[in-house]
Design a protein around this ligand. Structure first.
Ligand SMILES: Nc1ncnc2c1ncn2[C@@H]1O[C@H](COP(=O)(O)OP(=O)(O)OP(=O)(O)O)[C@@H](O)[C@H]1O
Ligand SMILES: [Mg+2]
Length: 235
């Protein structure tokens, strides 16, 4: 049974806005193929219900990040080409809560919206929170976990991977090497990667290790956010 309350497309769905939503039409079986397929793609991407939802992202009153937002909107409009072209994007900021992860998720969800009608429901994109991934990788040594198995099975073949919080401090070079191997492989195969991070420059290099740093930074379009923390705005 599809729950219309939680449909992430309600606000921008043409059918919904024209009172033609197939789920609302009680004379028909309650089924929306778009909602079903995008939901499958999002599930395979490991998104939570909250991460599946569309979040309006506004500029600060002083216009900080205007350029970056304009560029991200351009990327969003041609997201299919951007990902098929194997492009890599690095979004960073010294400030927390100013939309880095939200933008990365927006791009991933827009990709699913662009491809759902011609895509099967295998894993086309993955959202990997790097600290969670590295901790789960440690746990996986003593007891195999589904999270790591799913990532291992799909991380090389997915069209795009979001590496959220890629440069969190406190991980060993050995742990970061694990990510290096995957990223390196993906880039050799011309696959797209989007990174978010709170670090840049020397600090980033120290947290990532030299090899990952050079692989990521030399191949990515870099966007910096300077806007204020907006955590709590959309609650
Ligand atoms: N431009 C924006 N407009 C509206 N809400 C925003 C904007 N930027 C961030 N938010 C809200 O703030 C919260 C935090 O955003 P997000 O997780 O994307 O930040 P982040 O930059 O990834 O933070 P961190 O540095 O801690 O990883 C989210 O709930 C998000 O919806
Ligand atoms: Mg974040």
């Amino acid at each position: 049974m599809i729950d219309l309350e939680n449909c992430p497309y309600k606000t921008k769905c043409k059918k919904y806005n024209n009172s033609q939503c197939p789920i609302q039409d009680l004379s028909q079986p309650q089924f929306c193929i778009k909602l079903f397929k995008i939901n499958e793609l999002q599930e395979k991407a490991l998104l939570t219900d909250k991460q599946k939802q569309y979040v309006p992202l506004r500029l600060d009153i002083d216009g900080s990040d205007r350029e970056a937002f304009i560029r991200l909107k351009q990327i969003e409009q041609s997201i299919e080409n951007y990902i098929e072209g194997g492009n890599n994007l690095y979004i960073f900021s010294n400030n927390t809560g100013n939309g880095k992860s939200s933008w990365a998720l927006r791009l991933l969800n827009s990709y699913f919206e662009a491809i759902w009608y011609k895509s099967d429901i295998t894993c086309k994109g993955l959202f990997i929170n790097v600290p969670k991934f590295l901790i789960s990788l440690r746990d996986n040594i003593s007891q195999k976990n589904d999270y790591i198995q799913h990532i291992k099975e799909n991380v090389l073949s997915a069209d795009v991977v979001i590496w959220d919080d890629i440069a969190t401090k406190g991980f060993t070079t050995f742990e970061m090497e694990n990510i290096y191997n995957i990223v390196n492989n993906r880039m050799d195969e011309g696959k797209s990667n989007f990174y978010t991070s709170n670090l840049a420059g020397k600090e980033l290099q120290e947290a990532m290790g030299d090899r990952l740093y050079s692989r990521v930074m030399n191949a990515s379009e870099v966007l910096e956010f300077v806007g204020a923390d907006k955590r709590g705005l959309n609650k």
